[in-house]
Design a binder for this molecule. Structure first.
Ligand SMILES: C[S@@+](CC[C@H](N)C(=O)[O-])C[C@H]1O[C@@H](n2cnc3c(N)ncnc32)[C@H](O)[C@@H]1O
Length: 210
């Protein structure tokens, strides 16, 4: 069963290694639980960044190198697990979306998250993102767990300019992202092959750039 109930149950019940395997498929077969470094140029400097759907903090070591202040948001039981399992501490770990959406951020990162969220809920998060930050870095599988297209959902909000998308997969030698190709956003949206893309979204909402 995909979606919210699945992730709540995983966060509540899985032992630490099973939890890491749910977060990063292949962990138990030797993939290190280490951050992916984006292949896209991110905005700089970054003062405040939020890791949306941070899981148990896999990306924190990298994010702390690019931002002065790092926050993490996830579902309540995942944040509880993150408090004990994350190898690095950050400035704020929270499950309170109202608190997060009420602040302004220089960058939101959403790594391997959007494809797991029910489309209606995902759309609502995307609408919030547009007024929270000028830039959103997304690493996502194009097809969601619900058979919909995550990039279509982004486009349908009409709230973002999307930069060139980079098609990536996991490089089993370096355990980093391997670039497979670059596509315009509309081409990536209509890519019939299921795969993962990185994209930087720029909010069109003026308040986010103020
Ligand atoms: C595959 S994990 C990725 C975690 C982390 N970004 C990483 O790359 O290690 C997906 C994450 O999305 C979170 N998630 C799922 N549904 C969510 C929702 N509705 N709101 C916020 N986070 C959600 C899960 O709890 C989980 O931590």
């Amino acid at each position: 069963m995909p979606g919210l109930e699945h992730w709540l149950s995983v966060a509540r019940s899985a032992d630490p290694d099973d939890l890491r395997e749910h977060i990063l498929t292949g962990y138990k077969n030797g993939k290190p639980f280490t951050p992916y470094v984006p292949t896209l140029a991110l905005p700089s400097p970054i003062d405040h960044l939020v890791d949306f759907g941070c899981g148990v903090g896999r990306s924190f070591p990298y994010l702390k190198t690019i931002a002065r202040h790092v926050a993490g948001f996830d579902l309540p039981p995942m944040i509880e697990r993150c408090r004990t399992l994350a190898g690095e501490s950050i400035d704020l770990l929270t499950d309170d979306w109202n608190e997060v959406r009420g602040r302004r951020w220089d960058l939101i990162v959403a790594v391997l998250v959007l494809q797991h969220i029910e489309p209606v809920i995902c759309r609502s998060y995307l609408v919030d993102f547009a007024s929270m930050a000028p830039c959103i870095y997304v690493l996502t599988r194009t097809q969601s767990d619900f058979g919909t297209n995550v990039l279509d959902l982004v486009a349908e909000t009409g709230l973002f300019e999307a930069e060139e998308c980079v098609r990536v997969d996991h490089d089993s030698r370096t355990h980093q992202l391997r670039i497979l190709g670059r596509r315009r956003f509309d081409e990536a949206r209509h890519d019939t092959e299921v795969g993962h893309y990185e994209v930087l979204l720029r909010s069109k909402v003026p308040a986010a750039t103020a």
